[in-house]
Design a protein. Structure first.
Length: 255
């Protein structure tokens, strides 16, 4: 079954918490040392396996995050209190944007306040769409978000799992892709474009919101080997996570 369209039920998420490395409650955040905390949404607005892949990417990043899942089926809720202890909030891939927004809109003010106050937001595919407004968290000023497959000269025209070529910091690379976002910064907008599609449109960007930072990517730098195997795909570059780590570290950077 396509991991993008299979939504993870709240009960199932809670049932597999221990097996997937989830923590034993909010007290974990106070007892896990000095490593920065990344909260990753897991629940019905994310697809099966997407939250876990983002968590693994964050744990392997140079900043050495400890990770905690939050959401309606988790022992840690997505709330102002839980965000207050985090350095990063990550929104993984999922299904339809409007359906996901109906589940997430009650947290919009909490997420906006977190980022505006100095927190970091990471959006992967659906999470990137949700960073925009109407519908979305409203974290972007001067950056439009649309579907790459609908753009002029796009090399992909459907929602099937595939691999796309990008220029990441000018170097040709390949990434797992499924109906990912395209970003259109307006002239004069302070934004760093990390990667572009073959059309020249932005595939990964970092920008600011208030005192915080927002890192967004259309394709999936968190995709592990199982994603490719399940879809019958291969990556010419091999399975590497350096692009995702670059997105994370570039979002955290304050310079």
């Amino acid at each position: 079954m396509n991991r993008w369209r299979f939504l993870l039920g709240a009960g199932a998420a809670a049932g597999v918490l221990a097996a997937l490395g989830g923590a034993a409650g909010a007290g974990y955040m106070k007892l896990s040392g000095d490593r920065p905390l990344a909260l990753i949404y897991r629940g019905p607005a994310a697809c099966a396996g997407c939250s876990e892949a983002v968590a693994a990417l964050l744990r392997g990043a140079p900043s050495g995050f400890r990770t905690e899942f939050c959401g309606p089926g988790e022992q840690v809720a997505l709330s102002a209190d839980s965000l207050a202890g985090a350095s990063v909030y990550a929104q993984p891939g999922g299904g339809d944007v409007r359906q996901a927004w109906r589940r997430m809109r009650g947290h919009a003010e909490e997420v906006r306040n977190f980022v505006h106050g100095g927190g970091n937001y990471l959006g992967f595919c659906l999470g990137a769409y949700l960073a925009a407004a109407d519908p979305g968290f409203g974290l972007l000023a001067g950056v439009g978000v649309e579907g790459y497959i609908y753009s002029a000269e796009a090399t992909v025209h459907d929602q099937d799992d595939t691999v796309v070529g990008v220029a990441w910091r000018g170097r040709r690379r390949h990434m797992f892709f499924q109906d990912g976002a395209l970003f259109r910064p307006k002239p004069g907008t302070p934004v760093t474009v990390l990667a572009t599609y073959d059309t020249g449109g932005a595939a990964a960007v970092v920008t600011g919101y208030g005192s915080g930072r927002v890192g967004l990517v259309g394709p999936h730098p968190e995709a592990d080997r199982s994603w490719y195997d399940d879809a019958g795909l291969s990556n010419p570059d091999g399975i590497q996570f350096d692009l995702g780590h670059d997105l994370i570290e570039s979002t955290l950077r304050r310079d």
